[in-house]
Design a protein around this ligand. Sequence first.
Ligand SMILES: [Mg+2]
Length: 262
Amino acid sequence: MKPLAELDAASCRALIGVAFDIDDTVTRAGRLEPAAFQAMHELTGSGLHLVAVTGRPLGWVDVVAVHWPVDAAVGENGAGWVWRDGAVPREGYFEPEEKRRAYPDLFERVRRRVARELPHVKPALDQRARRCDLAFDVGETVRLPAADIERLVGLIEAEGARSAVSSVHAHAIPGDWDKALGIERAVRDALGLDTDADRGRWLFIGDSGNDAAAFEYFPLSVGVSNVRDYITRLPAPPRFITGADRGEGFAEMTAHLLEARR
Ligand SMILES: [Mg+2]
C-alpha cells in the first residue's frame, strides 16, 4: 500500500465520483464523525458524485440515501440500493423478487445451525431492518475471537450461503452480489453512468474484509489507516492508505483530492 500522497493529481482531476464504506471508514465507535460528514459535502460541492456502500441493512440505507449528501446508498453489501429521483426515493435489488422469496428458508437453516454449534454467537442488533442478508455480531457489542469468526464463516458456507466479514458483522449472503457489483448497479440506476467502463475515474475508500471486492475492482482504491487491522482478510489490499484512521482518514483523502482538483 502506498501513502495517499502518492495518488497523482491527474488521476484526482479525472475523477467522476467517490464510493465509500460507512462503518469505521466515516464512523468511530458507531457514530458518524463530523470531519467525514463535512468532507462528504465538500466532495459533492466540488462536482463529484458520491455513493455510500455498506453491509448495514437496506432499512438503514433508506435513511442514508435521503438524509446524506449522496447520489445513492447501497446496503447489505450490494444486495440492494436506494437513490432519490427528485424528492421520490427509488430502490433497486440485485436479484428479482422470486429469488428473494427463497432467502428466509436459507436464513432459518443458518440461524438454527449457528444457535446449535456456536450458541454464544448472536444475530446483529440491526437484523430486523435487513431484507436480503443475515448478519451476526462479531465486533459491534462483542469482540468475537478470530477462531470463532472462522468457524462461523465455515457454518454459513456449509449451509450454502456466501460470507463476508466486516469490522462489526459476519454476513450470510444468499446471492452473488458484492460491494463492487452493488456500486455498479446503483450508479447505473441512479445516474445512468457505467462504472465498469470508467473504473479508473471512481475512487473507493473502505476499511475491512467486506470491502475486498471493491478494493480489487477500483484501480483507485484507498484504505483508511485502520485497514491494517484486517489486512489478513483481504486477498488484495487497497492501493493507497491514509495516515489517519476512520472518519479522519476519509477527511484526509478528501483534502488530497480537492487540493489536486483546485
Ligand atoms: Mg467498514
